[in-house]
Design a protein around this ligand. Structure first.
Ligand SMILES: Nc1ncnc2c1ncn2[C@@H]1O[C@H](COP(=O)(O)OP(=O)(O)OP(=O)(O)O)[C@@H](O)[C@H]1O
Ligand SMILES: [Mg+2]
Length: 261
């Protein structure tokens, strides 16, 4: 299974959610690999991988063969970082992502073992990685905030942000993050989105200092503060994501494999 975490907006919690989905899905018994397509190369930091570790997908040019040798291990999860890459290496990876078959065969190689879930973190906004990953994902999660800028971006999600050619069986859900109901505008926008997008809103996550604190310690929120609001919210996101992917709706078709899964 392939889960893509994306947003037209930056700083909304994509990397945080991708990391905690990987943690939660691994804890549920799946072989899980978190894959970073963002040159910021920050997904790895959620798994305790040292700051100085340079290896990754883009480092030294995109893999010519299997991607598995570039996967590191962090907190019980496989992690394929973006890697510390210069401009030329970034452009090389972007070009490879636009080459038919490159991404699909790389990801299939990672997911050959049964019971594997790939969680992919994407850079903010449109990118070659977004276009390539979107058409292969079983589930696309779009992270947004309860602010007016996020509301303004919603109508363009399926007509401009995600590329044409997304498989009909691919699911899409919204995740609203950093909600603070003590702030009136934030609460009103949250209520509006919960009513307006009831069917596509998978989870509402509250703003909680435990999130940046856990990130600073390079561990999961669950390990950092087990009884925090954020640990509960992110746990709920994982359960709902797994329920969705294991439910009848998505078992029909897996774009990465090109057949009924
Ligand atoms: N629910 C939350 N409560 C408090 N802080 C949060 C929450 N979610 C994310 N953050 C913080 O917001 C910042 C941005 O989060 P994150 O890096 O996950 O966003 P992003 O969408 O991946 O950003 P970018 O667009 O730069 O890739 C981080 O400092 C993170 O710790
Ligand atoms: Mg990010």
């Amino acid at each position: 299974m392939l889960i893509a975490v994306a947003s037209p907006k930056g700083g909304v919690g994509k990397t945080t959610c991708a990391a905690h989905l990987a943690y939660g899905i691994a804890a549920a018994g799946y072989r899980t690999i978190a894959v970073d397509f963002d040159p910021q190369n920050s997904l790895r930091l959620h798994f305790g991988i040292p700051l100085g570790e340079a290896s990754g997908l883009a480092r030294g040019g995109p893999p010519a063969g299997a991607w598995l040798p570039r996967v590191l291990s962090g907190g019980g999860v496989g992690v394929l970082p973006y890697g510390a890459a210069d401009g030329a290496q970034r452009r090389e990876l972007d070009q490879a992502l636009q080459t038919p078959g490159f991404l699909a065969s790389g990801l299939r190689g990672l997911a050959e073992e049964p019971n594997t879930v790939l969680v992919v973190d994407l850079p903010p906004g449109p990118s070659p990685a977004l276009d390539a990953v979107s058409v292969l994902a079983d589930l696309r999660l779009t992270l947004l905030l309860a602010d007016s800028a996020s509301v303004s971006l919603l109508p363009g999600l399926h007509d401009g942000f995600y590329p044409p050619g997304v498989a009909p069986g691919s699911l899409h859900r919204l995740v609203l993050n950093q909600v603070d109901i003590r702030r009136r505008l934030n609460r009103e926008i949250t209520e509006f989105l919960q009513a307006q997008y009831r069917d596509s809103l998978l989870a509402t996550l509250h703003r909680d200092e435990a999130v940046p604190e856990a990130a600073a310690r390079q561990i999961s929120v669950l390990e950092h503060a087990e009884s925090s609001r954020a640990a509960r919210d992110l746990g709920m996101l994982c359960r709902r994501t797994l329920a969705l992917l294991n439910g009848g709706e998505s078992a029909r078709y897996s774009p990465l494999w090109g057949h009924n899964g």
